[in-house]
Design a protein around this ligand. Structure first.
Ligand SMILES: [Zn+2]
Length: 140
């Protein structure tokens, strides 16, 4: 985990040093958050402890908000790991009561071809990007 923290901190410094970093990303990086990627709804950021933050495209004035939904946070982390394998230690083992998804071999990602023809990965629809199937047993 300390290697992962170092990797994130190093990438945050790179984002701060880059002239192509956007203003939103620069403000996040100044708070120690690594800019990850965006989708149609959110821009995602990663803190060195594995916490994920978002900026809502429909509510940008709300600023950075911590993502509290554990399942969705896992999906974002898996997408981040698909881009940067050095972040893999942020992914938890699949919880008791679930089995590894056979469609994506537990990665939560499947190969796809983008509209541009670029080969990339997308969310595995079989496990909805978590990498596992089933309902986790509640901790007792
Ligand atoms: Zn899957």
């Amino acid at each position: 985990m300390s290697d992962t923290r170092s990797l994130i901190r190093s990438k945050v410094k790179q984002a701060l040093a880059s002239s192509s970093t956007t203003l939103d990303d620069r403000r996040a990086a100044e708070q120690g958050l690594l800019p990850l990627f965006d989708d149609l709804a959110y821009r995602y950021y990663l803190r060195d402890d594995g916490s994920v933050f978002i900026i809502d495209a429909l509510e940008p004035e709300a600023g950075l908000q911590e993502m509290t939904d554990a399942t969705w946070r896992l999906v974002v982390l898996r997408a981040a790991v698909a881009e940067e394998s050095g972040l893999a230690s942020l992914i938890p083992a699949h919880p008791p009561g679930t089995v590894e998804c056979s469609e994506c071999a537990g990665t939560g990602r499947r190969p796809v071809v983008a509209i541009s023809g670029t080969r990339t990965t997308g969310v595995c629809l079989n496990c909805r990007g978590t990498g596992w199937i089933g309902v986790p047993k509640a901790a007792v």
